[in-house]
Ligand binder design. Sequence first.
Ligand SMILES: Cc1cc2nc3c(=O)[nH]c(=O)nc-3n(C[C@H](O)[C@H](O)[C@H](O)COP(=O)(O)OP(=O)(O)OC[C@H]3O[C@@H](n4cnc5c(N)ncnc54)[C@H](O)[C@@H]3O)c2cc1C
Length: 307
Amino acid sequence: MYDLIIIGGGPAGITAGIYAARQKIKTLLVTKNFGGQITKKAVAIENYPGFEEITGLDLIKKFENHLRKFKDQIEIKMEEIVKVQKQGDVFLVCTKDNAKFKAKTVIIATGAGPRALNIPGEEEFIGKGVSFCAVCDGAIFSDKDVAVVGGGNSGFETALFLSNIARKIYILENGPKPRADQENQEIIKKSKKTEVIINAQLKEIKGDEFVHSLVYEDSVSKQEKTLKVEGVFVEIGLVPAGLIAKDLVNFNERNEIKIKSENGETKTPGLFAAGDVNEGKYKQIVASCGEGAKALLAAFDYLKKHN
Ligand SMILES: Cc1cc2nc3c(=O)[nH]c(=O)nc-3n(C[C@H](O)[C@H](O)[C@H](O)COP(=O)(O)OP(=O)(O)OC[C@H]3O[C@@H](n4cnc5c(N)ncnc54)[C@H](O)[C@@H]3O)c2cc1C
């Protein structure tokens, strides 16, 4: 039986792990991978204190190395968790491979994953032209025409990253104007390779063995149009990953876990949530780290009271 299980190896989970190790709590950190969303960041991170400019991969490697320094204090397992349950005072954390771990407290730090378009062809062509990660897949689109779906900051930053690789980049926004910051829009305006298409309602991704085109409807003219592209990068937001604990927490309308903001406590005693998985408004690395630290200190207090 562990004192604590932390689920998630992004900024929130890793910070909670570092704090747990220093408090000498018997802890298991279990995660699908280390890094989470920032490994998908297409351009450098410039707002994490202490690093004026650093790639997401480099920053998370530093986080992971820091955590692993405490290897004698904290156990780490690379597993996917499918369910968190509570039986009496004991939490059961169940993996995809049917293993079960027991703990007195749990911190859910599972972050969020990419939102899908849910249009024909999207799932079929994942890995064959459809991508949710330009950093991971961008290189195979060298000198090709591609589309980025989503006119927010992620979409614009992805287009900027791809402008060093692809021949032509279309950014498709479903509304009447892009939602990206003015700064990102100015940078993209200067790039001769990019073209922003507004009012685009995505209909279908078509291909043979690989994607060859993207069909959308112009919501003003109601005309259906086809773009000849070999890559489609989906950047339309995120879905929080807290459903693994659905029987033990309350969600808001966006499926984010409701917590007490001062300490990350959920409606179930001993169960905490930190980072992008919860209802916190500002989803940032530094905010997730802060929440990971707070949730851990709250779990520590809980353990002291209940031991
Ligand atoms: C494209 C992009 C650019 C961004 N740029 C910035 C930026 O410049 N500055 C900034 O501050 N923030 C930025 N953000 C936001 C920032 O990345 C997030 O706020 C932060 O990563 C959230 O950390 P987290 O630990 O809560 O979750 P995540 O980073 O999502 O990590 C979740 C972790 O949980 C694991 N996990 C998920 N489900 C399970 C499961 N069922 N079982 C086991 N493990 C699981 C995942 O593998 C992962 O390790 C950006 C986000 C994106 C998508």
